[in-house]
Design a protein around this ligand. Structure first.
Ligand SMILES: Cc1ncc(COP(=O)(O)O)c(C=O)c1O
Length: 396
């Protein structure tokens, strides 16, 4: 029999997965072009040319042992290149010992939480947040403490401070954010660091950065390494290089971090004992050769613009996202997010309820879907607005 804990977890199911299945059902009835499925954040751009060139070069020039076991932290050469890149961006000296190559950001987060949490230790999450964090924290015996952000989804430092207890071990920060797409300004990171420095015990900031290269309108994402002392980065190339299926990422512990040597050692041990053992060998080598490449960010920006215009022109409200792959729109007219998503589904428009991100009253739309689908969805947004009695702000 499976564990009681898993029986409980299985009951919850996944809202996104349910929407994904509903999308498949609707597409089989109405045809793919007539269903507007904004439920899944699956990066749909192809990886850049540098990635394919590197793969080909590796396949054409095999070296003995290239598929063998390696140090659990990954190839020293890959870790050196990662450390150099992040060090240059932050204007600080970072050595390869700060880096552990991981099986994506999900594995990076699990390695970090496993390394720092004792049973019942608390981890602060800033809502709305990526719902998988609940599972990651629970995996390692921790307790989630939710702190809401303001109406522009910016963290309120005083509210975070109020949530801190003697058991607070870490706070997870995710900018650009899934699901809101907002980017936290440098001043906010400085304010967070100042507040944390005043506390009587170390509280780590875990910066979950899979969207750091997806920023729009010329914005660049402030470098958390510069502003936060007790910082642990969890990164993946799932979005930056469109490689989510390949599972490649890293943890990077700031040289300014308390217990640097213990922490980096614990993360490597966690990587081994949690079962990844090491990140995929080929992909570490590909990254060495293509670390400065990026997907076509302008393509995502164009689709963000189109979807955002549909929402606003039809008469709905949303904070315009500066990054990531999502728009987190307000549910209109006091409707709860369940009622609103059901109305949208009647118009073949699928989105994910804000309650799934611990922020009711909103719904998330992923814009990594075809431009045709976004363009075709405009009439559905207008029809839903009409059904709800909203005034349009522009012509259809
Ligand atoms: C905020 C956030 N963190 C972590 C992850 C996990 O990333 P990866 O696929 O690299 O494990 C995702 C994936 O969508 C995400 O949105």
């Amino acid at each position: 029999m499976i564990s009681k804990k898993m029986i409980e977890s299985l009951k919850g199911g996944s809202e996104i997965r349910k929407m994904f299945e509903e999308g498949g059902r609707l597409k089989s009835i109405y045809g793919a072009d007539n269903v507007y499925d904004f439920s899944i954040g699956n990066p749909d751009l192809e990886p850049p040319k540098e990635v394919f060139d590197a793969l080909k070069e590796l396949a054409d020039n095999p070296t003995p042992g290239m598929h063998g076991y390696m140090p659990n932290a990954g190839y020293p050469s890959t870790r050196t290149i990662v450390a150099e890149k992040r060090g240059k961006e932050a204007g600080m000296e970072i050595g390869p010992d700060a880096v552990c190559m991981t099986v994506g950001a999900a594995s990076a987060m699990n390695d970090v939480l496993h390394s720092i949490l004792d049973p019942e230790d608390e981890v602060i999450l800033l809502a709305p947040y990526f719902m998988e964090y609940n599972g990651y924290v629970a995996n390692h015996g921790g307790k989630v403490v939710i702190v809401q952000t303001d109406d522009k989804f910016m963290p309120i430092i005083a509210d975070i401070e109020k949530a801190i207890t003697a058991r607070t071990k870490a706070i997870i920060v995710n900018s650009p954010n899934n699901p809101s797409g907002v980017v936290y300004p440098a001043e906010l990171l400085i304010e967070l660091n100042d507040m944390l420095k005043k506390q009587d015990h170390t509280i780590y900031v875990i910066s979950d950065e899979p969207y750091i290269d997806l920023a729009y309108d010329g914005a660049s994402v402030p470098c958390a390494l510069k502003y936060i002392d007790n910082l642990i980065i969890c990164f993946s190339w799932s979005k930056s290089l469109s490689l989510p299926g390949e599972r490649i990422g890293y943890t990077l512990v700031s040289p300014k971090c308390a217990d640097f040597a213990d922490l980096t050692g614990a993360i490597v041990l966690s990587n081994r004992t949690l079962g990844s053992v090491n990140a995929p060998a080929i992909w570490q080598k590909v990254i060495e050769k293509s670390i400065y490449a990026k997907v076509d960010v302008a393509n995502y920006e164009n689709r963000r613009n189109l979807l955002y215009s549909n929402i606003i022109d039809a008469g709905f409200d949303a904070v315009k996202p500066n990054g990531a792959l999502y728009i987190f729109m307000n549910t209109p007219k006091g409707l709860d997010d369940g009622e609103f998503s059901s109305i949208c589904a009647k118009h073949n428009l699928l989105l994910v309820k804000g309650s799934s991100f611990a922020r009711p009253g909103y719904c998330r739309l992923a814009f990594c879907v075809s431009e045709t689908s976004i363009r075709n969805s405009r009439k559905a947004f207008f029809a839903i607005a009409e059904e709800l009695g909203l005034s349009h702000r522009a012509e259809l």
